[in-house]
Ligand binder design. Structure first.
Ligand SMILES: [Zn+2]
Length: 247
């Protein structure tokens, strides 16, 4: 049930055809995990908390540094030195006290990934490196949990939604490992991509629209163009090749 306060708070989105009170209840019941509380994680979590996603777990092992603040808008000057998950929890609770925020201060590894994502309805990839993305992608597929990918570089970004067994996974699209190094980024890029991920998450939970599956959306802020690359589930993919689902 939605309370009177919730009906008022979410009035404008409940008005959307296909959302309604039923959609809002689904958002309230949803349990999601956001991996990373940096640029993408800031943008995605702010809007998902504001939309009334009932339970949001944030996983990050880093502390806030001065050089994060150009893009990681959940954190500010007063948070420098603080654990990002703590800073994120404080801010998100201010945005929406009706949402349950859980902070997990951990590095995602092969050993803990399954345990971290178990029981969640979906995973938001707000990470900054491919090796950890592969770990999450693999765990998402193994545990049949939808996976919402986002990545940024400079003025460019990408997004894709993975429905295990049904659509192309991250590994079908990306090959190899890129070196883990400091890369350039302007804050507006993760803002755009994080919002695209949040939009996909809301659509998935409510059950409206057409998901960004089998399509890699590439955004170029400099030319201000969105390009869509058609992708296919690779039957020989080492992560998802063995998975087949009807429908
Ligand atoms: Zn695959």
């Amino acid at each position: 049930m939605l309370t009177r306060e919730e009906l008022e708070r979410y009035d404008r989105q409940i008005m959307i055809r296909g959302v309604g009170e039923e959609g809002q209840k689904k958002l309230k019941q949803a349990k999601i995990i956001i991996a990373g509380s940096g640029g993408l994680g800031s943008s995605a979590s702010i809007y998902l908390a504001a939309a009334g996603v009932g339970r949001i777990q944030i996983v990050d092992h880093d502390s806030v540094e001065l050089s994060n603040l150009n893009r990681q808008v959940l954190h500010g000057d007063e948070d420098i030195g603080k654990k990002k998950v703590i800073s994120a929890t404080e801010k998100l609770k201010k945005i929406n006290r009706g949402v349950e925020i859980e902070a997990i201060e951990e590095t995602i590894t092969e050993a803990n990934v399954s345990q971290l994502v178990a029981g969640f309805d979906l995973i938001v990839d707000a990470l900054d490196n491919l090796p950890t993305r592969y770990l999450l992608n693999k765990a998402a597929l193994a545990m049949d949990i939808p996976f919402f990918h986002g990545a940024v570089y400079g003025f460019e970004g990408r997004a894709m939604t993975v429905i295990p067994g049904k659509s192309a996974c991250l590994r079908c699209v990306y090959q190899g490992i890129t070196p883990q190094e400091k890369f350039p980024v302007i804050g507006v890029t993760p803002a755009v991509i994080g919002c695209i991920q949040a939009t996909e998450v809301i659509k998935y939970i409510v059950g409206v629209g057409e998901l960004l599956t089998n399509r890699l959306l590439a955004y170029d802020g400099l030319s201000m163009k969105f390009t869509e690359l058609k992708v296919k589930k690779d039957p020989n993919c080492e992560h998802c090749g063995h998975l087949v689902k009807e429908g």
